[in-house]
Design a protein around this ligand. Structure first.
Ligand SMILES: Nc1ncnc2c1ncn2[C@@H]1O[C@H](COP(=O)(O)OP(=O)(O)O)[C@@H](O)[C@H]1O
Ligand SMILES: [Mg+2]
Length: 321
C-alpha cells in the first residue's frame, strides 16, 4: 500500500541561517501511529509545520495522500488535522461554535452529525454549549483535537500532546489516540518522552539536530531498550578485553577497572552464569558486582550517538574513496 505521507530529502534553513532539518526521508504508513521522538530543538515542530504548510521547506518534496504540499496545497492540507504544541482558543466561544468554525475554515459543508460523533468520542458532547473558558485543561486539549478533526482529515498530527500534562491525563490522551486510530485516522505525534513513544507508537522515528537518525518498529526498539548491565569491579585493571572473551558483549570502563557485561533482561538465558564461568577460566577476579538497568534516557542518547558515529564513519569512508 502507498504511504499516506511521503517525505523526501526535506531540509529547512531558517532565515537567520540556522539549519533545523537536514535531508529527512520518511514514509508514514496508512493507519499507523508514528511517534517522532527527539529532544527539545531537534526539529520536530519544524517538520510538522512543513507538512502542514505553515513553514516553507528549503529543499525536498512532501506528498500527503498523493497530493504535493506545494503544487496541491489545499488538497494536501485538507487531508490533515493539526493539534499544535500551544493550546490557543477563543475563551468566550462555546465548544460547539469552535468546532463548527474550524470545519468551516476548510470550506466543508456543515455536518452536525459528524461533529456530534467526534465530540462524543472525545467526551465533550455534554460540554458542547459551554464556553471554552469554563473547561478544564484536559477538556481544552480534547477540544483542540476535536477542532483538528472537524473537517474529517485522514491524518492527525499531535505536536507534544502530553507536554506538561499530569499522569492521569496522559493516560486518557493515549486511550483517546488509540480510539482515533481504530476509527481509521493515521496519527503522527511528536514527543520528547520516551515512555510516550513506547506506549503509543507502532513505529518510532528518532530525530536529533534536524536529522532523522533512526526509524524502527516500536517492538524492535523495545528489545534494544531492554538491556541491562552487569558491572564487575576488578582489583587489577585490564588493558583490554582478553581475546578468550572477545565474543561476549563486554566493555571496559573506569580506566579498565570495571568490566561491563550487557544482557537482555527479557531473554530466557541472560548468559551471566556462562560469563562468570569463563571469567574464572581465564583467572580474572573481581571484588564485587552490581547490575544496572540502562535508563531509557541513556539508551536514547546511545541510539542517537551510535547512529551519528555510523554516519560519520560512512562519510569518512566516502571521502577517503
Ligand atoms: N522561526 C524560526 N527561526 C529560526 N530558528 C527557528 C525557528 N523556529 C525554530 N527554530 C529553531 O529550529 C530548531 C528546531 O526547532 P523545533 O522544530 O521547534 O524543535 P522541536 O519541536 O523538536 O523542539 C531549534 O533550534 C529552534 O530554535
Ligand atoms: Mg516542538
Amino acid at each position: 500500500m502507498e504511504p499516506i505521507i511521503s517525505i523526501q530529502g526535506l531540509g529547512k534553513t531558517y532565515a537567520g541561517g540556522f539549519t533545523a532539518l537536514n535531508n529527512v526521508d520518511l514514509q508514514i504508513k496508512r493507519g499507523e501511529i508514528f511517534a517522532l521522538l527527539g529532544p527539545n530543538g531537534a526539529g520536530k515542530t519544524t517538520l510538522i509545520s512543513i507538512v502542514c504548510g505553515i513553514v516553507n521547506a528549503s529543499h525536498g518534496k512532501v506528498t500527503v495522500n498523493g497530493y504535493d504540499i506545494q503544487r496541491n496545497y489545499r488538497k494536501a492540507r485538507n487531508e490533515i488535522g493539526l493539534v499544535p504544541q500551544e493550546i490557543s482558543t477563543d475563551a468566550f466561544e462555546t465548544v460547539w461554535a469552535a468546532v463548527k468554525f474550524s470545519r468551516g475554515l476548510f470550506g466543508k459543508a456543515p455536518n452536525p452529525a459528524y461533529l456530534e460523533k467526534i465530540l462524543r468520542q472525545l467526551s465533550l458532547w455534554e460540554k458542547k454549549d459551554n464556553k471554552i473558558i469554563t473547561l478544564s485543561g484536559g477538556m481544552k486539549r480534547r477540544l483542540m483535537i476535536a477542532k483538528a478533526l472537524s473537517h474529517e482529515p485522514n491524518v492527525l498530527f499531535l505536536d507534544e500532546p502530553t507536554a506538561g500534562v499530569d499522569v492521569e491525563l496522559r493516560q486518557d490522551m493515549w486511550e483517546m489516540v488509540r480510539g482515533l486510530q481504530d476509527s481509521g485516522v493515521t496519527i503522527i505525534l511528536t514527543t520528547h518522552y520516551i515512555e510516550e513513544a513506547e506506549e503509543m507508537a507502532d513505529r518510532v522515528g528518532v530525530i536529533n539536530h534536524g536529522e532523522l537518525v533512526l526509524v524502527e518498529e516500536k517492538n524492535i526498539l523495545m528489545q534494544k531498550m531492554g538491556e541491562k548491565e552487569l558491572s564487575l569491579n576488578l582489583p587489577e585493571p585490564l588493558q583490554k578485553i582478553p581475546d578468550a572473551l572477545a565474543d561476549l558483549p563486554l566493555s571496559l570502563s573506569g580506566d579498565g577497572s570495571q568490566l561491563v557485561y550487557r544482557f537482555d533482561v527479557k531473554s530466557e538465558d541472560t548468559g551471566i552464569a556462562e560469563f562468570l564461568r569463563r571469567l574464572n577460566a581465564v583467572n580474572i577476579e573481581f571484588r564485587d558486582l552490581h547490575t544496572r538497568e540502562s535508563s531509557l534516557e541513556e539508551i536514547f542518547v546511545n541510539l542517537v550517538n551510535g547512529a551519528r558515529r555510523e554516519r560519520e564513519e560512512l562519510l569518512s569512508k566516502e571521502t577517503q574513496e
